[in-house]
Structure formats: C-alpha cells, structure tokens
Design a protein around this ligand. Structure first.
Ligand SMILES: Nc1ncnc2c1ncn2[C@@H]1O[C@H](COP(=O)(O)OP(=O)(O)OP(=O)(O)O)[C@@H](O)[C@H]1O
Length: 412
C-alpha cells in the first residue's frame, strides 16, 4: 500500500553551532511543541482509520453472511403482511400460505415493513428484501441498450439472417408496410438448433440493427431462480420491454418453460405451467404492445408444447443448424480477422477438417490456436498452432470433459 501523501511532515530540528544556550533552548522547545502537535494529529488519524477499519470488517462480515446465504438453494418469494414483536408474518407467493417467521441475522426489523417483497429460505426465514421490482428483474434479465453484434459478425447463416430480418426488423422499422398489405407481422420467432450455432448472436444483431434494446431472459432462470415468481417475471419482462421500446425480447432455453405437459403433478410442474400460461397470455395481447418483438431459442425443439407454436405466438420457426464447410470457412474468417496469422494458415483446409463443429466450437478453436502460439512465444499464429489446437480440443472431447459442444448429444 502506498503511504498517504497528506500525512503531516516530520518536524525538522535545525540547531546552529553558533547559537547561544538560550536560543538553543528555545529552538528545542518549539521543536518539542511541533512534535507534540504532529503526534496529536497522527493519533487522531489513527483513531479515524481504526473506526473505518472496524466498519469495513463489519461490512465484510455481513457480505460474507449474505453471500453464504445466497449460495444456498433457491429461495421462495413472499410478501410481508405484518411486522410485530413476535416476528414477521409473510405470505408465500404461489400457494398464499401465511407463516410467522424470523429474519436472517444480517437483517433487522427496522429494515422491513409490510408490503415488502422478500426472499425466504426453506425454513421460511427472510433472507433478502426485494424492495424494488427491479431487484428480481436485474437478477433474471440481461438488458443491453444496444448490443454490439452485427450481421457481419455472423458466419454461414445468410438465409437465417434474411428470415430474422423479415420477421423482426421489418415490423420494427416499417410497421406501415404490414398495415398496407393488411397482415399482422409474425408475433414471435423461434430459433431452434444445436448449442453454439449463433442463435443469441442473431437476436443481438437484429436489436443492434434496429437500435432496439435487447432484453434477454433464460427460460431456466424463469423457473429456477425464485420459485413462485416465474409468472411475475414474465409480466415484468414484457413491462420492461414496453418501457424500453423499441425492444427485442430474447427468451433463451424456452423449452424450460414451454415443454410438453408431463403427467406428474409436482409443484415444480405447476409452477412451470403457470409461467407458460403467463407467457402465452402476454403474447396473445401482443398487438397492442407496439414496437416490441420477441425471439425465443431452444436446443430441444422436440420438447416444446404445441400451444406455444400456435398462430399468433411463435409461429415463425427458423432452424439454425451447424455450419457446413463454407459456413465454417466464413466463421474462421471472422474469428481470425483480428489475429496475427502466418501466411501458411489455410482456412479452407481447416474448414474441411472441422467437420461437425458448431460456430462456438470454431471460435474456441481460433482462441486455442492463439493460446498455443503465445505459449510457444510466437507472435504469429501458424497452421501448426491451429492443428495443435484441433488435436487438443478433440482429445479433451474424447475424455468426455471437453468444452466442445460439437460432439455433445443434443436433440432438436
Ligand atoms: N454463426 C456464427 N458466426 C460467428 N460466430 C459464431 C457463430 N455461431 C456461434 N459463434 C460463436 O459462438 C459464440 C456463442 O454463440 P451463440 O451464443 O450465439 O450461440 P447459441 O446458438 O445462442 O448457443 P446456445 O444455444 O448454447 O445458447 C458466439 O459468441 C460466437 O463467438
């Protein structure tokens, strides 16, 4: 740590050998006075610093306790009904059960009042106060004012880009076009295909192109983060989009909330059902919503409930497959564009080698080749580095723990 520049300076004693005893004594006296003053000042500083330190230690302890609490399992959401000397009465969302409970040690009764939304754990103790709707939103949604991805960053998906532009960009940019012809623009667009093929990129690029806000929510977050909150989050999602319009809502892993009904009647399933019903009703009331488009994505098309695919809902289906050899070449071009590659790098040959790779696999191969070059202290990336990266990623995969999605099982 550097020393604070504003500490009082150490007093300096200047004694001239020609001084008389009287002068010497008076110089020593005033030096002593100055020393006392500096000492007093330093003492005060030390005291303030000690107080601050104690405060910070306290804060760290509280954060640790909250962090530990947050790391435990999912929470349930409840609303505070009453705060009394006996404890806090809360009503749990989803089942409306009223419970008299306590607060976690890091909370005090002064922090809480009736009407507050709170997160409770399995034993109903209040863990967090969600005093603002945005709390829940912030935790489950990613909002980007204008994402940076452009269509040029997406390789090998020309047809898909065209379809997304027609279904999402045209209605946002030129709604009159649809009115003139007398048709409703597609309500929702569903992108389906294996992981890592560029579905999120497509949604981001269209938001960028239309200067729309990009609001992303993962289906799994909707049903896992706050049990009993899924339908509220869906409402919040559409409300937030209305506040930010023009906006593109992107629901990733839609299968988590829109799977075919199972026969089991567990409370988890009921929760998923409620969330899906809310999503459908938001989509059905969509026309009045103005400049909001909705894109969903899934790797599990086979699992989707047909209700979600009915006309007026996700009725424009766009398959986003793994790239073919030309697509892989284009994705390699994009991802090596800013790399310092050697003249011997033959991207066409590489594209042929990377059979069954997804776009994300191709991107991680390029990064890995760069890492190999750095490790070998080269400042250019050679064909041999790409081959070494390919070997490494293929090997990682054969052990079953590799990051390569191109070899993972999926169904769609
Ligand atoms: N077609 C592509 N062109 C260029 N890069 C791509 C392409 N597809 C994937 N990538 C790379 O892979 C990364 C992940 O892609 P993205 O998140 O769009 O995939 P996804 O289909 O949404 O995946 P998931 O289904 O797993 O959410 C991108 O950030 C990009 O680096």
């Amino acid at each position: 740590m550097s020393r604070s520049p504003s500490l009082p300076e150490r007093p300096h004693l200047d004694l001239d050998p020609d001084m008389s005893d009287g002068e010497r004594l008076s110089a020593l006296r005033s030096h002593f006075e100055r020393m006392l003053e500096v000492n007093r000042e330093l003492g005060q500083r030390l005291e303030t610093a000690d107080d601050r330190r104690a405060e910070l230690v306290d804060e760290v302890e509280q954060m640790k306790a909250r962090n530990d609490a947050l790391k435990t399992a999912s929470y349930y959401i409840a609303t505070v009904q009453e705060v009394s000397d006996d404890g806090v009465i809360i009503k749990q969302h989803g089942n409306n059960q009223e419970v008299l409970t306590d607060l976690a040690p890091h909370l005090s009764v002064e922090d809480i009042e009736s009407g507050d939304r709170v997160a409770i754990n399995d034993s109903f103790a209040v863990q967090t106060i969600l005093d603002d709707e945005t709390d829940a939103r912030a935790q489950a949604m990613e909002v980007v004012a204008s994402p940076e991805v452009t269509y040029d960053d997406i390789g090998g998906l020309d047809d898909q880009v065209r379809e997304v532009r027609e279904a999402v960009e045209d209605p946002l940019e030129n709604p009159g076009m649809f009115e003139e012809v007398g048709i409703d623009p597609p309500s929702g667009v569903l992108l389906y295909g294996p992981p890592g093929t560029g579905k999120t990129m497509l949604a981001k690029a269209v938001a960028n192109e239309t200067d729309a806000a990009f609001i992303k929510m993962a289906g799994s977050e909707l049903v896992q983060k706050f049990i009993g909150e899924g339908s509220r989050l869906v409402r919040d999602l559409f409300k937030l989009a209305a506040e930010r319009e023009p906006a593109v809502i992107f629901i990733d892993e839609i299968d988590a909330v829109a799977s075919k009904r199972t026969d089991s009647k567990t409370s988890g399933d009921a929760e998923v059902q409620r969330t899906m019903m809310q999503l459908l009703s938001e989509m059905d009331g969509f026309e009045e919503r103005g400049n909001i488009r909705i894109i969903a994505a899934t790797n599990r098309f086979d699992m989707l409930d047909e209700a979600i695919l009915r006309p007026g809902r996700f009725d424009r289906l766009i398959e986003v497959p793994k790239p073919n050899v030309e697509g892989r070449k284009r994705i390699l071009d994009i991802h090596t564009n800013s790399m310092n590659t050697d003249d011997d790098v033959d991207l066409t040959e590489l594209a042929e080698l990377l059979d069954d790779y997804s776009g994300a696999d191709v991107a991680s191969l390029a990064t890995e080749a760069g890492m190999v070059a750095i490790r070998d202290e080269w400042d250019t990336v050679t064909m041999a580095d790409f081959e070494a990266a390919y070997e490494k990623l293929s090997k990682t995969d054969s052990t079953g723990i590799g990051p390569i999605s191109g070899f993972t099982d999926y169904q769609y």
